[in-house]
Write a protein that binds this ligand. Structure first.
Ligand code: FRU
Length: 428
């Protein structure tokens, strides 16, 4: 009889089905995740409760900067540009997801951000709501905004929305200009769907059977600096051909002798998907098998993104305590995996995968971290606790952190002000 992380004994009778699969997808196993522990190297500093709101009328959460095609941060006529999910602050905190839109921000100094509104026409956009993505400016100065078109607008029904909120990867384009009055996006292009779940490598909404919402979302554009090839990386769930736990999802042979997997763990089937970009406009894509999966370990590998350091490929993702499979736990935080090519065999960083955690006494203070190419880490203030243990809802930029990467290990330090992006990048 094995004891899991929570100290609960699991009898073999409760164990889930384990069978053998056949792809090369890297694995974040239960054995890896069992090593997750908070240390001073991975714990983020506590966030001060006296924070200002970057856009006082709005909830602001998942944020991403405008990047050049090669991944470096774009500087447009001296301005940095960022996009973030926004919703009216008079909606309930929990209701913001269902009214999410993408807003634009710009800043001259990378510290003081001006909110410039929602740059697209909602009537032309796809999905009932627009969820996270990334943005890239190409050689001709076209801005490509990649996002998740979530919920079917025609058949929208708020009740039970999370079970029916189909997610597709979408994009549109803009021209961009900047003058003393700020940054402007004009000439909005058509909105188009660029990727949908195939049901084989990536679960469709019809196949979803987990207690937690299914994912096919959060597109991240990547140009591999070593090959020049381009990809979209995204959050998915294992599809119909992977509806089971393989031995390697559990751990090595020695570990498997003593570890039984609790029943229901197979319903936690997160993966990090990838598709190859076939054209200049990033509108034709070829879906490939996932880069990494956490079947039996964790349901959500959200907002995956890649930072390349020479020959080291760092695959980062964010995940939650509540999305760990039965028998496992870990903090809301950044998880990272390192490989020696984009399709390389990814190993969990710091042995467990944990890279940045919220502090133990403030477990939900921040979320949705994004590690930028120079290892600055942006995120948003989520649900920090005051001295009475009451939640103070954030919905604004969190202080920027800095990640030191050293092969398979990392260390987090405090770096900057709220939403600060220190000056690096390439002028256009
Ligand atoms: C992460 C996330 C994303 C999604 C968005 C929806 O915070 O769950 O995966 O796009 O929030 O609000």
């Amino acid at each position: 009889v094995a004891a899991n992380l929570l100290g609960v004994a699991i009898s073999p009778a409760m164990a889930a089905d384990v069978s053998v699969g056949d792809d090369n997808t890297s694995v974040w196993s239960r054995q890896d995740a069992e090593k997750v522990t908070l240390t001073k190297e991975n714990t983020a500093p506590k966030i001060d409760l006296e924070f200002d709101l970057v856009a006082p009328d709005l909830w602001v959460w998942d944020t991403w900067p405008l990047q050049n095609r090669d991944g470096s941060l774009a500087i447009i006529n001296g301005y940095r540009v960022a996009f973030a999910l926004v919703a009216p602050r008079d909606l309930g905190w929990g209701d913001r997801h269902t009214e999410a839109r993408i807003g634009m921000f710009y800043s001259k100094n990378g510290k003081d951000w001006t909110y410039a509104g929602i740059p697209y026409d909602y009537d032309r956009a796809l999905g009932y709501m627009q969820w996270a993505g990334t943005s890239m400016i190409d050689e001709d100065g076209k801005v490509h905004l990649f996002y998740t078109a979530t919920g079917d607008r025609e058949n929208w029904d708020y009740n039970g929305w999370d079970k029916r909120a189909v997610q597709r990867l979408a994009k549109t384009t803009f021209d961009i200009s900047a003058n003393k009055n700020g940054v402007h996006l004009t000439n909005e292009g058509k909105h188009e769907i660029i990727l949908e779940a195939d049901g084989k490598h990536y679960e469709t909404i019809e196949q979803a059977n987990s207690p937690i919402i299914t994912a096919f979302r959060d597109p991240f554009f990547l140009q591999d600096p070593n090959t020049g090839k381009e990809y979209i990386i995204f959050e998915g769930q294992a599809g119909s051909n992977r509806d089971f736990i393989k031995p390697e999802n559990i751990g090595d042979e020695e570990y498997r002798k003593t570890h039984s997997v609790p029943e229901g763990a197979e319903l936690y089937n997160g993966n990090i998907g990838i598709a190859e970009v076939l054209d200049e406009d990033v509108s034709e894509l070829k879906l490939l098998p996932p880069l990494l999966e956490s079947v039996g370990t964790n349901h959500q590998l959200e907002r995956p993104h890649v930072v390349v350091n020479g020959d080291d490929y760092y695959l980062f993702t964010i995940s939650h305590t509540f999305t760990y499979a039965p028998g496992l736990t870990g903090p809301d935080g950044v998880y990272g995996f390192v490989g020696n090519s984009l399709f390389g065999d990814y190993k969990p960083m710091n042995e467990s995968g944990l890279v940045i955690a919220n502090p133990k006494e403030n477990p939900y203070q921040a979320y949705s971290w994004m590690v930028l190419p120079d290892h600055q880490v942006i995120s948003f203030i989520n649900e920090p606790l005051d001295e009475n243990g009451e939640v103070k809802f954030g919905g604004t930029f969190a202080p920027t952190l800095k990640l030191q990467l050293d092969g398979e290990t990392s260390k987090v330090t405090k770096e900057g002000k709220h939403g600060e992006i220190k000056p690096f990048g390439a002028n256009r």
